[in-house]
Design a protein around this ligand. Structure first.
Ligand code: SAH
Length: 303
């Protein structure tokens, strides 16, 4: 294991001491120290030599090295300059790793343009390239990263990620549960989701306060094709779950207040066979999609 980066607590504490660093909680710096789990994450991504893999949060580069061994290209993004330097040394031996030192996000709703340019560039460069995400995501930005990737021009065929268990629960949630919300509907509408492993805080250094999970999100273009207007649907789902305590009727009336009259809203609800006391959280993903299309048609007519 000469040059291989063995990410253990002693390795990390030594490296951090050498450069006079402390892990920065603001940037969600929790490093995976269980080597079996780093391997499980990499293995679950099922990489092939055609893959162009995006990793957000290089850290010290331990996962990056595993990904680079199997993929055509790894694009890895790190916000912290010190970690970027540390990882550069660790990853020197790989000629298929593109390292970006920057914030992956421009804002909550958008990726940084340089990151997207790099993905586009390597997808053109790699013949038959398949885009994937594999990362131990910074927890403070895990939701916008996953959600925004589903709105990009090139959507990853799979996202294999370590996230907070609580976020995994929300992504996987079914109707009539407290976790079921806009994120569950949005992701399940476009993807299949599989929980690979629940992990205790002790597999990270420093320990986070909460449990984590490895999740595999597989993009399903055939599901996506059922949604004629993705942006409208995205907005619709967000607004339908905006006031969880309210009845669907008043939520929808508020959401379309400049576009639809109350009778027009009621007409959609009656076509859906929904009574005045229906709530969005009771509806399956399919029902919400169906309702979205009825509202879209109404808005089209009255506009
Ligand atoms: N992949 C490593 C590190 C995970 S910790 C491992 O498994 O051990 C999350 C990493 O994401 C940290 O290195 C942190 O500095 C970085 N990070 C946090 N916010 C970021 C952002 N907005 N853009 C890019 N990197 C970010």
């Amino acid at each position: 294991m000469a040059k291989q980066n063995r990410q253990t607590v002693s390795y990390l504490t030594r490296r951090f001491r050498e450069v006079g660093l402390n892990p920065n909680a603001r940037h969600g710096q929790n490093f995976l120290i269980d080597l079996n789990l780093i391997e499980l994450l990499a293995k679950s991504a099922k990489l092939t030599p055609d893959d162009v893999v995006l990793e957000i949060g290089t850290g010290t580069g331990s996962l990056t090295a595993l990904l680079a061994a199997d993929a055509a290209r790894v694009i890895t993004v790190e916000i912290d300059g010190h970690l970027y330097q540390m990882a550069r040394e660790e990853l020197e031996q790989f000629d298929n790793v593109t390292m970006l030192r920057q914030d992956a996000l421009k804002n909550k709703n958008r990726f940084d343009a340089r990151l997207l340019e790099s993905v586009n560039h390597w997808m053109k460069e790699v013949d038959g390239g398949v885009f994937k995400l594999a990362a131990n995501l910074p927890y403070n930005v895990a939701t916008p990263i996953i959600s925004n990737l589903l709105r990009c021009e090139i959507i990853p065929t799979t996202m294999t990620v370590t996230i907070q268990k609580e976020l995994a629960d929300r992504i996987l949630a079914k109707p009539n549960s407290k976790d079921y919300g806009a994120l569950s509907v949005w992701i399940q509408s476009l993807c299949d989701v599989e929980l690979i492993r629940v992990m205790p805080p002790s597999v990270f250094w420093p320990r986070p306060k909460v449990e984590s999970a490895i999740l595999q999100i597989e993009y399903r273009p055939d599901k996506h094709a059922q949604i004629p207007d993705t942006e409208f649907f995205h907005q619709f789902v967000r607004s339908m779950f905006f006031h969880r305590r309210k009845f669907l009727r008043s939520v929808a009336t508020a959401a379309f207040k400049n576009q639809l009259t109350k009778p027009e809203v009621d007409q959609v609800l009656s076509e859906m066979n929904l009574g005045p006391d229906a709530r969005t959280e009771q509806l399956t993903v399919e029902k919400i999609q169906q309702m979205c299309e009825l509202f879209r048609a109404q808005v089209g007519q009255s506009g």
